[in-house]
Design a protein around this ligand. Sequence first.
Ligand code: HEM
Length: 436
Amino acid sequence: MTQPPLPEQTEQIEQAAQPEQPTCPVTHPVTHPAPVPLSGPRFHTEPQSLYREIRREHGPVVPVELYGGVPAWLVIGYHELHQVTSDPVLYSRDRSLWNQWPHLAPDWPLLPVVGPPAPSVYFSAGEEHRRHADLVTRALETVDPFSCRRACEEIADRLIDAFCGRGEAELVAAFSVHLPKYALLRLFGFPDGKGPELARLLNELVDGGPGARRAHAEWMAAIAALVADRRADPDAGLVSWLLANAGDFTDEEILLDIRDTIGAGFLPTSDWIGSTVRLMLTDDRFAAALGGGRHSVGQAMNEVLWEETPSQIVAGRFAARDTRLAGCAIRAGDLLLLGLGAANNDPLVRQHLTPAQSGNSAHFAYGHGAYRCPYPAQELAEIIARTGVEVLLDRLPDLELAVEPQELMRRPSAFLRGMTALPVRFTPVPAIGGIS
Ligand code: HEM
């Protein structure tokens, strides 16, 4: 079984020692500068200045090396990324096409990031994927946005109740990391009482430590138990809808689709909340909203999707045949990594554009094309994140950073962008008794 997509395991991998002399099995044309290692602190601290440099050196499509010298292409040009994501036949998501499988050690640490093919929405391709994406999209469309918003308000209030009397908190650990997880677990109908236990499993999974395999087995068992409960006792929720509308889907496929949907959703939404709060606390343009006004919360959220794209790099697409992209010779089976965060800042599209102010949402934060984040999932992400930020600002209107902005750290990952901690202070307020 695979892990949920985009695991934070990438952080541990990047912190681990790199082999002394990585060898690149691909022979890049001699005229190309050396491939760029896809790791190191600059990806975490100031990725955009790094992208500017490698764009100058390599152009919009960059030869890179993953852990252990495994070669790939990083697509950082807006137009080139559009081209790749718009052509799912030439740039397939069929992982079995990858020409590096024979060269990978079974314990290659980025395996969960690429993920072997599986009969699920995130790990399938072509017709098989359309079948999964259609089911997941139709299921998510049945969610009532108003009850989702209400549930998020309750969860946010409960989380804030736990620290609002103290006058200080670390908002990532106390708030942003939890809200999307609890919201998605509630959405799928997991009993509230199981929330903390399941949230712990999801944490263990994305941490990728020694307990990840066991956590994955327990998480799948919890999903299986939920599916069995709903089969025995249908209700008006998402899982009952899935069971009633799944046609020829096997139980395993339904389980994997639930796993992938929750797995794909909670981390980027957590990072969206954390980065939005950071922006609003550090940038004067958003100061008005902190007094209780809400109009610029949406602007800050949109700016984060452009500038602090939570899924910075997605792995990826696989060339179905030899081709050329932006002058680069792409071989059949080459892996193309989607540089969503870099493409959002491509100077060719950004020179006349101030996206956040204009409300322009032509960013790549949700991907593009056949495998983009499903539209109803984007809407749910927006409800969860916006509700979280608004409730936080309503409850703690004089919220301010407790450290200097330059002390704030991002995730140590080239793939995911978000805050590791957000220490804040505020005037203590009483708990209001959100649901327990
Ligand atoms: C800010 C929040 C989110 C961001 C930035 C985000 C971003 C993405 C990206 C970049 C992809 C992959 C696109 C690709 O491979 O081309 C994706 C796929 C996906 N996301 Fe999201 N996502 C977010 C929230 C959510 C939420 C809340 C859910 C679930 C309710 C969700 C469900 C999915 C699913 C099921 C896929 C796989 C789609 C497919 O392969 O057809 N996402 N998302």
